[in-house]
Write a protein that binds this ligand. Structure first.
Ligand code: GLN
Length: 472
């Protein structure tokens, strides 16, 4: 795997050019086609942008660390004039009329977008098997999934086609695939990065974030994409900060919260051992371990799947076969047009979510499910607030075990939902989290998830960098 840091040093010294890097990345995408990590490859556009970058550099006007660096983005983020599918048949020919803010910012920093990556349909899933364009292969073990839903972006980095990528995370979709493929994935605090131009799944949970082979690269990407956006009223008004500032700060004096509920039943023994051994190393470096408790966490998955599907059922109502996207040719009446376009255009998992979401919002069940789930969400947030009174960061596994075996989405969807156990609570509470590789289990990388206080990404990345340095 390459790093932004290496590539930008080579660009600065003239050892390579942006066009050469783009060509190299495009060639690697072609030669790793069997992994199915990309839905669209933006050959011409990428080479044109790379040529602009070289021209800027030649004129002494380089834009900094990301200028000329090839980047991949998940195919649920719009780029004007290019196809944006969210891996769904319903949008398979949809050409976006505008560009997502996060992508606009990346390009304003000189990054070269080489392609749009494969994903679970509408970001619903943890396996990447629900894509209309076929599943993504985990290059580390083809019998296991690469995680989802941003599996394409994770594999794009893990297979070396790009040094870094963007994904979106509603309940773990950046952190899980990062863990399954041995890369770093960061979900920023809700409101840190604009979601304008991101195809909405569950608006109160969705967040865009970076993948990289190093923590430093994720910090560099976050520097470029964060900030207030008049197009997204949930973006924070905080002043931008430099997320690379504390990468070498070390862990001396840091208090690491270790939730007792996270390291008990349900966690694979080898994964647990890998994480505990890392925590010991951090302790030896001067950090203090402190047991904390998150008493309501066992309800996180159920409340997440109620809130996420409720919001999804509302967000996805816009795909009606009338305004844009797939339209059934069979329909003769208006109602049939809606019903047929939606049942032919959406895949099985998406339909399951829409049904579940409509059910929990329906007049008879709203109080019993949706309102209860919102109350649990509050309790979980209170648990985190309380835990953070006595620690700086919280340690957790990213996944309960090894990456899931292929095919489980069909055979046992409940087991797939349950694999989100450690990740969804951060989205419910809006907290930042980063998954970093930490030892191995069954020969595959294990992900350690660091959970931070709201808007404390700089500290979060600092402990993640210390973990990375000790992961030898
Ligand atoms: N696996 C979770 C879901 O299916 C999370 C997906 C995501 O973060 N986009 O809802």
């Amino acid at each position: 795997m390459e790093t932004i840091k290496n590539l930008s040093t080579k660009l600065a010294s003239g050892e390579t050019s942006a066009v050469a890097l783009a060509q190299d990345s495009l060639a690697k995408i072609e030669s790793t086609k069997n992994l199915n990590a990309y839905i669209s490859v933006l050959n011409e556009r990428a080479l044109a942008k790379a040529a602009e970058s070289d021209k800027r550099r030649a004129e002494g006007k380089s834009l900094g660390a990301l200028d000329g660096i090839p980047v991949a983005v998940k195919d649920n983020m719009c780029i004007e004039g290019t196809r944006t599918t969210a891996a769904s048949k319903i949008l398979k020919n949809f050409v976006a009329p505008y560009t997502a803010t996060a992508i606009e910012k990346l390009e304003a920093a000189g990054a070269v977008i080489v392609g749009k990556t494969n994903m679970d349909e509408f970001a619903m899933g943890s396996s990447n098997e629900t894509s209309y364009f076929g599943k993504v292969i985990n290059p580390l073990d083809e019998t296991r999934v690469p995680g989802g839903s941003s599996g394409g972006s994770a594999v794009a980095v893990a297979s070396g086609t790009v040094a870094c990528a963007l994904g979106s995370d509603t309940g773990g979709s950046i952190r899980q695939p990062a863990a399954c493929t041995g890369v770093v994935g960061l979900k920023p605090t809700y409101g840190r990065v604009s979601r304008y131009g991101l195809l909405a799944y569950a608006s109160s949970l969705d967040q865009i974030g970076p993948f990289g082979s190093t923590v430093a690269d994720c910090a560099t990407l976050l520097n470029a994409i964060c900030g207030i956006d008049p197009h997204d009223n949930t973006t924070s008004t905080r002043e931008p900060e430099d997320f690379t500032a504390k990468l070498n700060a070390g862990v001396k004096g840091k208090v690491i919260g270790v939730p007792k509920e996270y390291f008990g039943e349900g966690l694979d023994a080898e994964c647990k051992a890998a994480i505990e051994s890392m925590l010991k190393k951090l302790e030896a470096e001067g950090a203090t371990l402190k047991e904390v408790s998150l008493p309501h966490i066992s309800h996180a998955v159920s409340s997440y799947y109620i809130i996420a599907t409720a919001e999804a059922s509302s967000n996805l109502s816009r795909y009606d076969g009338v305004r844009y996207g797939y339209r059934s040719k069979e329909a003769r009446k208006l109602f049939d047009l809606y019903a047929k376009s939606r049942s032919e255009g959406f895949g099985k998992e998406v339909q399951r979510r829409i049904l579940l979401g409509s059910y929990v919002l329906s007049a008879g069940f709203y109080d019993a499910y949706y309102v209860q789930a919102q109350k649990v969400r509050r309790l979980i947030t209170d648990d985190f607030n309380k835990a953070f009174e006595s620690c700086d960061v919280i340690a957790s596994p990213t996944m309960p075990g090894l990456p899931l075996k292929c095919g489980m989405n069909e055979s046992d969807p409940m087991a797939v939902y349950l694999s989100d156990i450690y990740t969804v609570s951060l989205n419910l509470s809006g907290l930042p989290g980063v998954s970093v590789p930490c030892g191995k289990a069954g020969g595959l990388p294990v992900g350690l998830q660091w959970i931070g206080k709201p808007f404390q990404e700089t500290d979060l990345l600092s402990i993640a960098a210390a973990t990375e340095a000790l992961n030898k």
